[in-house]
Design a binder for this molecule. Sequence first.
Ligand code: BES
Ligand code: MN
Ligand code: MN
Length: 476
Amino acid sequence: MIPDMIDKALSYCEKNKKKFVGDLSKLVAIPSVSFPGFPAQNVVKSAKAVADLMKRSGLEHIQIIKFPGAHPYVYGDWLHAPGKPTLLLYAHHDVQPPGRTELWKSPPFKATERNGRLYGRGAADDKAGVVVHTSAVAAYLETAGKLPLNVKLIIEGEEESGSTSLEKFLKKYARKMQADAIVLTDTGNFDVGLPSITTTLRGLVALDMEVKSMDHPLHSGMWGGPIVDPVLAASKILASLTDEQGRIAIPGIYDDVRVSDEDRRKLEAMPYTEATLREQAALLPSARIVGGDRSILEKGWRQPSVSVNAIQASSKKDCANIINESVWCHVGIRTVPDMDMDRVADMLVDHLKTHAPWGVQVNISNISKAPWWKTEPSGPVFEAARRALAKGYGCEPVNMGCGGSIPFVGPFASVLGGAPALLIGVEDPYTNPHSENESLHLGDFQKAISSAVHLYEEIARTSAAGASRPKELAAA
Ligand code: BES
Ligand code: MN
Ligand code: MN
């Protein structure tokens, strides 16, 4: 590689900052919510916009991949570096629902810049990931007319709704996706300006629970007293999920949780205090930190947790003096190594059913499972990534964990025979993903693009990308 080539690619990035933000803003304008009940047509529109961006970036063999009942993936590649490694670059173009529109300071689907951040649904999670990849590719193809290695881009369209067609996709396209390493731009940095490699992901077991006692709502004055209130019954069931300290109270749930002394030491050595958590999460001063006496980072990354994401009975608007006939709840348990996903699901279902008071009916549906994942960040690919991030951000990267889940990672790494998976993203502790006023730090966005430019060159120089693969560990 001529050193000139990378310099030209980097100065292209510098000159095209505005263009990259423009590309991202165009994607944000499409409300590609992949949840059931939202127009699937918008995810198709967003797939087309991603395909178009890939084309403008110089990628080839662009293809919108569709399965019946699934949201489209978008694929593109550039494979003209024979003898050089191949990278599979991942991001997702679907987004979460906008939430309560009245809480957004600017419209969710109109990317808006304020104080060095770009606000909008998907501005960070994960349309920024898409544009990091296409921009770095374009930087080389627009200047040198070639890349230092081969790339395949796969942009998923249903990550936020649990990657339900992943198995079908893998069955059909495993061969097409073959690569020496995977680069996923869908995680975050430990802090703004601090490049980070994510080495663990939690898994997720989630389900819907309906608690029911009658056929229809009843006047609470006429019937209150002898009649079972399913909302109160569900409250008791949900309350039984945690103990006084806020730890999960399902007996045996912690049996398979493995955190080595070394991992624990590393987590404790990271600069993170209760004050950091309070500030980043904007926690009310009276709210206590819960979850037992492990360190905050261990509780967030390496211990399981339970949450109730939504409850619906009547609504604020329709709130009348009634006893609701039923209540609906969505409950999730974040899992960690070495928990067995099927066992966790069974334990959760069993716990909910056996804690139902007063003979109410408990109906469980839509059980979903996304595996946890863990890697050993060593070998030439991780070393190349550390050099690239140091150059792109101007400071040494750190390793971190992630409390969230990405269903794609575990199955893909194993389909690629344990190929290293590099999780380097552009979110930060102030991004507010899945919440109102999601935003991207524009300085870090640009640094992530420069890092990607460096990464291709650094990995191209490690002649045998697949020579030293880390031991991949993933839940079944
Ligand atoms: N980008 C996130 C994963 C993530 C979460 C990265 C937190 C960094 C910090 C991803 O889009 C996501 O939200 N995943 C879902 C997966 C679920 C639907 C199986 C999640 O974690 O809830
Ligand atoms: Mn994401
Ligand atoms: Mn997300």
